[in-house]
Design a binder for this molecule. Structure first.
Ligand SMILES: CC(C)(COP(=O)(O)OP(=O)(O)OC[C@H]1O[C@@H](n2cnc3c(N)ncnc32)[C@H](O)[C@@H]1OP(=O)(O)O)[C@@H](O)C(=O)NCCC(=O)NCCS
Length: 155
């Protein structure tokens, strides 16, 4: 049977997130998030364009759209397809979609030590906040969250 969008998201999620950080969402969490009209998935193919069918997807993002601003809740690329510009392509697609819906700001939050920071800074995100001890790492340790913002009218 061919994959559904949620199948594709879970396939990439399971491969992409290191369990030690507890960042991956479960299938029920994804299913209930995507029932909300303002929570939107994007699937990207290895070509860097939107996946024509879910089975073609090697990366995904989930965005929450609010009037005037959007937030990237999750973004991931299959480890075998990294450092080929797909994360950058995904963010470009998200920015285009957000602008089309009338947003002028894109936000995201990441754990302080996530190497994804280099990607976000490379595409123009700037740190706008820090949430102390926001993430709990399972072994009792805590880690700060960094909030990034991107001005869509300037990018
Ligand atoms: C973050 C992630 C989506 C990046 O995807 P990607 O397709 O590898 O990103 P790109 O190839 O578009 O990277 C573009 C640029 O960002 C920077 N970059 C991306 N990943 C990087 C890393 N791990 N370390 C350092 N720089 C990185 C580089 O400048 C890179 O350009 P270069 O390869 O020419 O040097 C991917 O690493 C991932 O799925 N990580 C696990 C899930 C995760 O942590 N998501 C973020 C949660 S906030």
């Amino acid at each position: 049977m061919s994959e559904t969008p949620i199948d594709a998201i879970m396939r990439i999620m399971d491969a992409a997130f290191d369990p030690q950080w507890g960042e991956a969402w479960t299938r029920p969490q994804i299913e209930s998030a995507l029932q909300l009209a303002n929570t939107l998935p994007t699937l990207v193919a290895a070509t860097g364009t939107r996946a024509a069918v879910p089975g073609e997807a090697v990366g995904f993002a989930i965005v929450r759209a609010a009037p005037g601003e959007e937030e990237i809740l999750l973004i991931a690329v299959d480890p075998r397809e990294r450092r080929k510009g797909l994360g950058r392509s995904l963010i470009a697609i998200l920015a285009t979609d957000a602008r089309r819906r009338g947003a002028d700001k894109l936000f995201l939050e990441m754990r302080e030590n996530n190497p994804a920071r280099s990607l976000y800074e490379a595409v123009g995100f700037r740190q706008i906040g820090r949430r102390k001890d926001y993430y709990s790492l399972g072994d009792g340790a805590r880690m700060d969250a960094i909030t990034f913002g991107l001005d869509l009218d300037k990018s």
